[in-house]
Design a binder for this molecule. Structure first.
Ligand code: ADP
Ligand code: TRP
Length: 332
């Protein structure tokens, strides 16, 4: 039986952090065994904010290195740069004819950008969900491992697929968000304000490239309070976030100890954070060390990207050929 097709991408807009790791990459690593996986660096998507051309290559190579260091095996998946697959922008152009300005203007992530960067509301930003749909539909994927923040974009990808199918004939499956064990992991920023993200305040974000000491310092400064005063009080979200991180990085017995201390109102957050800092540093250390090594070996990274692009293009060219035919672009 042929394996189900999976696509996901990470923008090369900065250093990867625990949110990317636990929200996305960990799922990729689990999926690579049983699915036909296409994972890519969304470098075209990063252009919406006009990054310095000098930084582009290092940013892309870092994302690739950090994915491999996290356990992704380029022999088992297609790992590639979006810009190495010209069939993606071609499908993006086709889908743009089926996407309506009105619906794109209503997308919450677009409205948020209009609010936060009114000086740069470019058309690429408006059509971001169309490019994302092209990334997914180009391989006719059925499963897309992404965090909760991407659900609306996925819904739009399904809409574009259905619109294409209705107009030109059944061709694209409707891609669905996928998470292992239905687990939605959302890591919050360490100060408790919103999600941990590449563009957030770097003191509140733990990067896979952070040193042991940096991780310790950041965790020791994480937001806490005076502690619960009544037994079994519901946790505020920033405390829940510390417990989530501990659940992800520490042994179960340790989490249980602090959980019961919390419920008995005798938790000392300083101690908990010290423990969490050590366990998180130990968790990130091998990933950081491996990623650093890989980044020194540009030849290997280049070869991985090249092979990834070949695998991706083999699949993408079949889709584009089919789409062209259905649209009527087959003149010769
Ligand atoms: P960022 O928002 O940090 O720029 P991306 O938009 O490139 O990261 O997201 C890459 C993947 O990581 C997506 O699947 C996204 O859902 C996931 N992700 C990003 N931040 C978090 C977070 N704080 N918690 C869980 N998943 C996240
Ligand atoms: N928009 C996604 C994000 O910000 C990144 C992305 C681009 C993506 N294209 C994709 C994710 C295709 C999954 C599939 O996180």
């Amino acid at each position: 039986m042929s394996k189900e097709i999976v696509v996901s991408g990470i923008r090369s807009t900065g250093h990867l952090h625990l949110g990317n790791y636990f929200g996305a990459i960990q799922n990729y690593v689990l999926m690579q065994e049983n699915y036909d996986c296409y994972f890519f660096v969304a470098d075209y998507h990063s252009l919406t904010t006009h990054p310095d051309p000098k930084d582009l290559k290092a940013n892309v190579f870092r994302v690739v290195a950090e994915n491999i260091a996290s356990g992704l095996n380029p022999d088992k998946v297609a790992l590639y740069a979006q810009s190495d697959v010209p069939e993606i922008p071609e499908l993006y152009l086709m889908l743009n004819m089926l996407a309506y300005v009105g619906e794109l203007e209503k997308v919450p992530t677009f409205k948020e950008k209009v609010r936060t960067q009114p000086e740069n509301v470019n058309a690429g930003l408006l059509t971001y969900p169309v490019l994302m749909a092209a990334d997914i539909l180009i391989h006719r994927a059925v499963k897309v491992p992404v965090g909760k923040d991407q659900e609306q974009h996925l819904e739009m990808a399904r809409n574009f697929a259905v619109r294409f199918n209705n107009r030109y004939g059944n061709f694209f499956p409707e891609p669905q968000v996928f998470r292992f064990n239905n687990d939605t992991v959302k890591i919050m920023s360490l100060d408790g304000s919103g999600k941990m993200s590449k563009s957030e305040n770097e003191n509140n974000t733990i990067y896979l490239s952070d040193s042991d000491d940096t991780i310790r310092k950041k965790i020791m400064k994480a937001k806490t309070d005076a502690g619960p005063i009544a037994p079994n009080t519901e946790m505020p979200d920033y405390i829940q976030n510390l417990f989530l991180l501990m659940h992800l990085a520490s042994r179960k017995e340790i989490v249980d100890i602090y959980r019961s201390q919390y419920n008995n109102c005798n938790i000392r957050y300083g101690d908990m954070k010290k423990q969490l800092a050590e366990d998180m540093a130990a968790f990130v250390r091998p990933i950081r060390e491996h990623a650093t090594e890989l980044q020194k070996d540009e030849t290997t990274l280049r070869m991985i990207l090249k092979e990834g692009a070949e695998k991706a293009r083999a699949s993408a060219s079949v889709t584009i050929e089919g789409a062209r035919k259905l649209i009527g672009i087959n003149y010769y």
